[in-house]
Design a protein around this ligand. Sequence first.
Ligand code: PMT
Length: 358
Amino acid sequence: MADNQEHVDTPESNYFNNHPPPKALPKHETLARAFVELQVEKKRRVVLVTSGGTTVPLENQTVRFIDNFSAGTRGAASAERFLENGYAVIFLHRQFSLLPYSRHYSHSTNCFLDFLDESPSSSIVVRDEYQNAMRDVLRKYRTAKQNNMLLILPFTTVTEYIFELRALANIMKPLGANALFYLAAAVSDFFIPRDRMAEHKIQSSEIPSDVSNNNNPLNEQSSSSSDEVYTGYNDPQPSTKSKKLIIDLDPVPKFLHRLVDGWAPQGSMIVSFKLETDPNLLVYKARTSLQRYAHHLVIGNLLSTRKWEVVFVTPEAPHERWIRVPKTRRSKSISGEENQIGLAEGSKTTDKTQEDGN
Ligand code: PMT
């Protein structure tokens, strides 16, 4: 069976069979194949970093979608650390989320224009106080690009993400134990299956029947039974009662075990992240994930403290190890943003006992 074909009847294979691959996939595959071939030739280790949030469209011709909080800071910061440690990086990120290196000078908190000035001769120059920091970032960025160490590929929806992940894992097969998967993207757990998705923009006011499109699956569903409306008004006569949009989402199949059991190269390392908001659940959920998928490392983080503490949960002792940026080192970046833990950053580590004593 070809690696990209799904013949078995499982929720995962149904997902692939019922959704078209992203349009950009062939182009991304070509770029990734060339990138991986080069890294194999150079005997470099390659990490696939996934970063940013996935969207869940509510309409096929998408106007509205569900999103999540992730800005891609973890993924972008970690990619920089991997590059500094000799890894080539495939950076699979949510389009327009933070990118390695440029993240220091992008988005509203650190607009690049604030770093610039006009010289007496009218040239645009970097302001004196930012020269050293910007030179350092620029050199690292240039080195990564010139040495073909960084491949940047975007996704937007959860479906695009899953197709890209499978394809990239497959392309990374020749790397064997030189491949690492670092899954920092915030992947949606729920979605609207394609066969239940409205084709057109969901309407907030009643459309006269002689105007409405009879082929719109939303209209068909709405008029069949109020119990069976999946996306749209839970009311066959929305004009007479309050108008609510009821969204009925299915679970996205968990693809981590497919990655561990088949897609990823033999001998590669797989690191997943676990995000929680309840501190009492974090380690339990991270351990459960490790047991369920039998991969190598789960990095747990809480939404509120994710920028300066994470817990490494491993199958081997000590099983649980906290890594913290000490308060004194939680310096702000030049733009004022708090430091974010990236792999290999000099952070203080503590085991569970120390953590409890803190
Ligand atoms: O981007 P930042 O603002 O810096 O935030 C970083 C982060 C908090 C997003 C990051 O550190 C993080 O925790 N990412 C993972 C969040 C997440 O998706 O957790 P989860 O519990 O939903 O998923 C756990 C694992 O299962 C993930 O590795 C994911 O790849 C995998 N998964 C998730 C959903 C799904 N349908 N299939 C999966 O395989």
